[in-house]
Design a protein around this ligand. Structure first.
Ligand SMILES: [Zn+2]
Length: 80
């Protein structure tokens, strides 16, 4: 297995912090990979539309329609 090499810069750190801002108190649901069942993506309650994730285990890409969620209780919130 090969790992990509990259250089962390202040701009990249700022981008990571910017995208993660506001997720601390959100509920989320963990979706399994369609192919192998590995938990491959966290979907936060404020997500809308379609998302795609590549599984770290089997390498397949799974597409999810976030709007097909069942109810608010579908999401897990460790704070509540
Ligand atoms: Zn998989």
């Amino acid at each position: 297995m090969s790992y990509a090499t990259y250089t962390m810069t202040a701009e990249k750190l700022e981008k990571i912090r910017k995208h993660a801002a506001g997720t601390e108190n959100l509920s989320f649901n963990v979706k399994d990979c369609h192919y192998c069942g590995h938990k491959s993506i966290l979907i936060y309650e404020d997500a809308r539309g379609h998302v795609q994730a590549k599984c770290k285990i089997c390498g397949e890409e799974s597409l999810y329609n976030v709007l097909l969620r069942r109810s608010r209780s579908f999401y897990y919130n460790p704070v509540r």
